[in-house]
Design a protein around this ligand. Structure first.
Ligand code: FAD
Ligand code: NAD
Length: 476
């Protein structure tokens, strides 16, 4: 298509914030010819988060799970503008989004405002730390590509520093103690990947210190993976035992320092004890918190006063208390878990809703035009009336768009040693499975869900490469 130089004044401006699961699913199915579409995100790519834990050890290379937003937009019928920027605030009264450039290279203009007629907020969430002292300064998180790269580098830094000449035994033990906080799927999948890396690669390449490497997973609740069935929780915990991953449940981290984690353990008799664990690598995976831009928007909308976990939306994903703002994914509270599955279904729903709204408006205009031409062309009145009736029928059909309903396909998680757990919906029933066959299912499911054929080929290539040659332990 011809690049659109100026926005078309006859069309509404639809601004989409974010390039994650929610926003990109919307973009994928949106008929961009109906609106002046503007996408704003500090990240100029989509990230396939389910395979992010595999990037921390080099099983998968990071670019294999990234898809440039420019490539995605190139395939749209009408041109879409993209601004690499972060939204700092949204003014629902003036209908503008304030944006600023967060990248290293800055031009003369680094912040500005973007007006909208319709706004979709899909900015995701940030990492929860619950204000626990020392977490932000000393931990690695696992949400973005940079986080996975930092962890990969840090693992090898700990290993090489532990192998340094004359390193005292106590320091070797600290450096080789890898602690993961949070027994949700992020923490569990990372712990599994890390233990694989240790067992399959580090042990072979650096055998003299590798038996000192330990992985500890800390979880506040009585068990890991609370969203899975009891049978799969037990299977995961017994697999972790086999892998020699130390799981500490009913253990709440209270403080973090540069080299230690302090936690409170509740014993079987209910007695509480404080433990101090020295660590080399600390990965913090305790779930989501609300982003500042969302908190700011919530504070501007009286109807959001009671919402705590994000923007409360109605069944059409309209932000409660607003008319022209919709929210999708982890920043929206629609009554579902903050997952990619939910975000992508919400994005798809909005695409259909907006496509439908545009068609409805077009039909209404046609009906208006035909109705006024009835007086001007009385000779054709029967024909025109017939046409109006047809359009009205179409309009009634379109206006009955059903509210958003999430369809849960199940939970899947990798737990290490070529094993996965799956709680899936199967012919209206539930199927719980764990083991190597489930791992093959996990692999094929994720391959089929990858964004593009290019991503699929790259991921398969990475899997083959690490199987045949082992993971690359060079520290970039
Ligand atoms: P995101 O995908 O996080 O996207 C948010 C976007 O907004 C990003 O592009 C970001 O750069 C942008 N943004 C941020 N701030 C601003 C701002 N101020 N202005 C503009 N743009 C902004 N879910 C599953 O269902 N299955 C899985 O297997 C799975 N695995 C996961 C593994 C990991 C390691 C993690 C961290 C999560 C996983 N999830 C999984 C959860 C899933 O990734 C999230 O629920 C999903 O990404 C939410 O989509 P979203 O569009 O709301 O946000
Ligand atoms: P989560 O919220 O699912 O789990 C965080 C865990 O950290 C909780 O179990 C909580 O009890 C624990 N925790 C909190 N504070 C703690 C403390 N101080 N000390 C010890 N433990 C503490 O977070 P997540 O795993 O990052 O997942 C976030 C979302 O992404 C979820 O909705 C999840 O389903 C989704 N996700 C899905 C997959 C998958 O399907 N394979 C993978 C990753 C993430």
């Amino acid at each position: 298509p011809e690049p659109q130089v100026e926005p078309d004044p006859t069309k509404k401006t639809l601004v989409i914030l974010g390039t994650g699961w929610g926003s990109v699913s919307l973009l994928k199915r949106l008929d961009t010819e109906n609106y002046n579409v503007i996408v704003i995100s500090p990240r100029n790519y989509f990230l396939f988060t389910p395979l992010l834990p595999s990037c921390t050890t080099g099983t998968i290379e990071h670019r294999s799970i990234m898809e440039p937003i420019r490539t995605i937009l190139r395939h749209k019928k009408a041109s879409v503008r993209f601004y690499e920027a972060e939204a700092s605030s949204i003014d629902p009264d003036r209908k503008v989004v304030k944006i600023f450039d967060t990248s290293e290279v800055r031009g003369k203009i680094t912040e500005t405002e973007v007006p909208y007629d319709m706004l979709v907020v899909g900015v995701g969430a940030e990492n929860a730390t619950f204000g626990i002292p020392g977490v932000r300064e000393n931990s690695c998180f696992l949400k973005e590509i940079g986080d996975a790269q930092k962890i990969r580098k840090r693992i090898m830094d700990c290993v090489e520093t532990a192998a340094f000449k004359d390193q005292p035994a106590e320091e070797v033990d600290r450096l080789l103690h890898m602690v993961v906080v949070g027994g949700g799927p992020t923490g569990v999948e990372f712990a599994g990947e890390l233990q694989d890396f240790i067992d399959n690669d580090i042990k072979k390449l650096i055998p003299d210190i590798s038996d000192r490497l330990r992985v500890t997973l800390i979880e506040a609740l009585p068990n890991v993976l609370p969203m899975f069935s009891k049978q799969l929780i037990e299977y995961t915990e017994s697999t972790f035992k086999e892998e020699k991953i130390n799981v500490l449940t009913k253990t709440v981290v209270k403080k973090v320092t540069e080299k230690t984690v302090e936690a409170e353990v509740t014993g079987p008799d209910g007695a509480k004890e404080t433990i101090v664990l020295p660590y080399g690598l600390l990965v913090w995976a305790t779930g989501n918190a609300v982003r500042p831009v969302i908190k700011d928007l919530m504070a501007r909308i009286p109807a959001q006063a009671n919402s705590r976990r994000g923007l409360a939306v109605n069944e059409y994903l309209v932000v409660q208390g607003t008319r022209d703002i919709w929210a999708v994914g982890d920043c929206a509270v629609a009554g579902y878990a903050p997952t990619a599955q939910v975000a992508s279904q919400e994005g798809t729903f909005l695409a259909l809703l907006f496509n439908n709204m545009a068609k409805t408006e077009a039909l209404e205009t046609k009906i208006k035009e035909l109705s006024s031409s009835l007086n001007l062309q009385p000779g054709n009145s029967a024909e025109i009336s017939q046409q109006i009736e047809l359009y009205e029928r179409q309009l009634r059909r379109m206006k009955t768009i059903k509210p958003f309903r999430y369809s849960h396909q199940g939970n899947l998680a990798y737990i290490g040693m070529d094993k996965a757990v799956a709680d899936v919906t199967w012919f209206n029933g539930n199927l719980a499975a764990g083991g190597s066959m489930t791992y093959l299912f996990w692999r094929s499911a994720y391959i089929s869900m990858c964004f593009s054929t290019r991503n699929r080929l790259l991921v398969i290539n990475d899997w083959l490469k690490s199987k045949v040659f082992g993971r690359d332990v060079s520290r970039e």
